[in-house]
Design a protein around this ligand. Structure first.
Ligand code: 1HN
Length: 317
């Protein structure tokens, strides 16, 4: 028996035995409210766009495998745009190929700039246009290529931070740069063209409307982890959203305005991307003059499946 014990002695012996006292960190382990490490943050496209060209001068899409500038949340480390979501801007020049591979992670892409470069997913060659949403389901071979004469930029969204924590993500290269593919059918389940979604948003006669993306074939969620939606704000309109345990990455497809996220004002325009951490107050306002269209992806399907999704119904509209 130890005659004169002390906290320090116990903690030191504990460390050697690979144990630690919970009571000194109980409040950090279970906080009174969700405590994301992500902070509200805006990435301005005008600042990032020249860096994509600089990256392209330094590394080819082939050598990079994926030439992506990660949007790293200032409260976190790469590859985190929020606590659970990865976001990155991918760049592909005319004539380039980002070689075929597959991984366990689901990925989505929102096209930011360019016209008709392709992603081939599991044998379907999908041509991409501004504002289109493209899905890459888990474990499907995919390569990207640009047979046009202008560069293409898109926003990649993956649940990488979750898959690192679990950890279940792994990837395989395909033996050749391209996986054999034929042109995708017009009603492919992998592409959700912007004009269709925009028309649906415009048809809803409300100052603020949000429409979720679901799979074309059976209206199933686009993935079990990540959800996506598009929002429209009429010119000059405002909306206050309920706090939720999901975190979100927003991308400005058209228009300009500002969002107040956890008290921080983010002034955005077309091409910008911003992070909304879990459980913060969010309000959007579109500038007068033209409607604003926002694309968003979040981790709500995963939280729903785990029984962890909550909204603060006392906040928001
Ligand atoms: C990936 O495979 C792609 O296939 C994009 O285009 C972004 C970020 C992290 C890990 C894999 C792609 C990625 C990625």
């Amino acid at each position: 028996m130890i005659l004169s014990d002390s906290f320090d002695a116990l903690y030191a012996d504990g460390r050697e035995a690979a144990v630690d006292p919970l009571w000194v960190m109980m409040k950090q382990v279970v906080t009174p409210r969700p405590s994301p490490r992500a902070v509200p943050h805006l990435w301005e496209y005008a600042k990032l766009r020249p860096m994509l060209d600089r990256a392209a001068a330094l590394v080819s899409a082939e050598d990079a495998e994926r030439r992506v500038l990660m949007l790293t949340n200032p409260g976190l480390k790469p590859p985190c745009a929020t606590d659970t979501l990865f976001a990155g801007l991918q760049y592909i020049l005319p004539g380039e190929i980002a070689p075929a591979h597959r991984h366990t992670s689901f990925a989505l892409r929102m096209i930011v700039e360019g016209d008709a470069a392709y992603t081939a997913v599991n044998g379907e060659k999908v041509l991409m246009h501004r504002g289109d949403l493209i899905l890459t389901p888990s474990w499907m071979w995919h390569d990207h290529g640009n047979e046009t004469d202008e560069p293409m930029v898109w926003l990649d969204g993956l649940p990488l931070p979750v898959l690192q924590a679990v950890p279940v993500n792994f990837a395989q290269p395909y033996g050749e740069s391209r996986y054999p593919a034929l042109p995708a059918a017009a009603d492919s389940n992998l592409i959700y063209p912007w004009p269709e979604m925009r028309a649906r948003l415009d048809a809803a006669c409300a100052p603020y409307v949000r429409i979720g993306y679901v799979q074309r074939i059976d209206s199933a969620p686009i993935s079990k982890i990540i959800g996506a939606a598009a929002e429209r704000l009429s010119p000059g309109s405002e909306v206050k959203l309920a706090r939720e345990t999901a975190s979100t990455v927003y991308h400005v497809v058209e228009g300009s305005g500002c969002s107040v996220v956890d008290g921080k004002e983010l002034v955005w325009r077309r091409g910008d991307t911003f992070a909304v951490p879990a459980w913060v107050d969010v309000a959007h306002r579109a500038d007068a003059g033209e409607a604003a269209y926002l694309f968003r992806f979040d981790d709500r399907p995963m939280l729903d499946a785990l029984g962890l999704y909550r909204q603060d119904t006392t906040s928001g509209a």
